[in-house]
Design a protein around this ligand. Structure first.
Ligand code: SF4
Length: 378
């Protein structure tokens, strides 16, 4: 599979701890407060910057567990380590945070602005939807805490992107959801259907109800697309933006094929708080119930350069299965050129193998979106 991404994505888990206990969360050990050690953090930053394998610009995404729970001091340390190892700015480094927003205050906002951090918030829409799943450890809704953080970011003119987990309940309220994004001044949203990932074995979109779910999801997406098309606002909805972009490229060049970085080894690297490394999709870092290290390739302390991972038998076995699944998609699916093949993690967690094509995830977040956008354009 050819690689056309302009950046590497390195996802780093400063701690697995989260102050929330969202009902669908797949991150293991999120009640454990230990933070990545100073020496391990330094080893990660130095190896990422000095790696020959990671030759392009790099986005460091701080994620998995609540990344702001470790405090501003942690990210000040990150900044000094980047300065220490990135002599003469030999690599372009971007920092990005996926957060539940509950810790955000003026001090964090100043820090984000001064250091050009990109912020994405996890939030599921208006209070009655958000509080269904995004709860504290004492099972109280987190909506007010999250909105306090979003309002702070807006006060400081920091652009807010949002990831919204879509459940069966969300499907009933496209209008309310859309209005919430507009009212909250969100710049960009991504819609993630609740999936069966790692430890979340009870995802609400189950295969055995697929026909009904597809109908409900289609009505939801069509309504959202109509609102988005007909409302004058700057909100970007990832699913529609990306699809329109691909369709335009395909119109210009009929041979165009979408590429996905999560199908190429080492395009995306995930490093856990103990230094364990996995690749392809960040979701794979949590492994499975039976084996939390199922997709761990090596520990950062065992390598001098990320290129050494390429000779790992485990990595090559996973890669081979992903390529075979990709070929199945190419052979069997009419949307392959637009899609570029499915998410390996969806294939693994839904079907138990990377070597397959269609999943419920791809039905909801790919095929149905393509059909809606294509018919909406005609
Ligand atoms: S839409 Fe689904 S089946 Fe089609 S290429 Fe994408 S992942 Fe494969």
């Amino acid at each position: 599979m050819e690689n056309k991404c302009s950046r590497h994505l390195v996802v780093i888990q400063p701690s697995s701890y989260c102050n929330l206990n969202c009902k669908y969360c797949y991150v293991p050990d999120r009640d454990k407060k230990n933070v990545i050690s100073d020496s391990l953090l330094e080893e990660i930053i130095s190896k990422v910057i000095n790696s020959d394998e990671l030759s392009k610009a790099i986005t460091l995404l701080w994620h998995a567990g609540e990344p702001l729970s470790v405090g501003i001091g942690f990210y000040k340390k990150v900044n000094s380590l980047i300065k220490k190892y990135n002599k003469n700015n030999k690599k372009i480094i971007y920092n990005s945070i996926q957060t539940n927003a509950t810790y955000i205050n003026d001090e964090w906002c100043h820090f984000f602005k001064e250091n050009d951090y990109k912020i994405s918030i996890s939030c599921d829409g208006p209070e009655f939807l958000h509080n269904l799943n995004r709860v504290t450890w004492s099972n109280r809704g987190s909506y007010n805490l999250v909105m306090r953080g979003i309002n702070k970011l807006n006060e400081h003119n920091i652009p807010v992107s949002m990831l919204c987990t879509v459940t069966r309940e969300t499907l009933k309220y496209p209008q309310e959801l859309f209005q919430f994004f507009v009212d909250s001044k969100i710049k960009k949203i991504g819609l993630n259907p609740e999936g069966v990932k790692g430890r979340n074995k009870n995802g609400c979109f189950r295969d055995n109800e697929l026909t009904t779910i597809l109908k409900e999801y289609r009505v939801f997406i069509e309504k959202l697309f109509e609102l988005w098309k007909t409302t004058d606002n700057p909100l970007k909805i990832r699913e529609f933006d990306v699809t329109l972009n691909i369709i335009n490229q395909k119109k210009k060049d009929p041979n165009f094929k979408q590429m996905r970085s999560n199908q190429n080894a080492l395009e995306i690297i995930t490093i856990q708080k103990n230094g364990n490394i996995s690749t392809f999709c960040p979701e794979l870092a949590g492994g499975t119930f039976e084996d939390p290290n199922k997709f761990v390739i090596k520990n950062i302390t065992e390598i001098d350069d990320f290129s050494e991972l390429r000779s790992s038998k485990k990595l090559n076995t996973i890669s081979e299965q992903i390529i075979n699944g990709h070929k199945k998609c190419e052979k069997n699916c009419e949307y392959f050129d637009l899609c570029g093949g499915g998410n390996p993690n969806a294939k693994m967690y839904e079907k138990g193998t990377f070597d397959c094509d269609e999943t419920t995830y791809c039905n909801l977040s790919r095929k149905l979106i393509y059909e809606t956008v294509i018919s909406g354009l005609s």
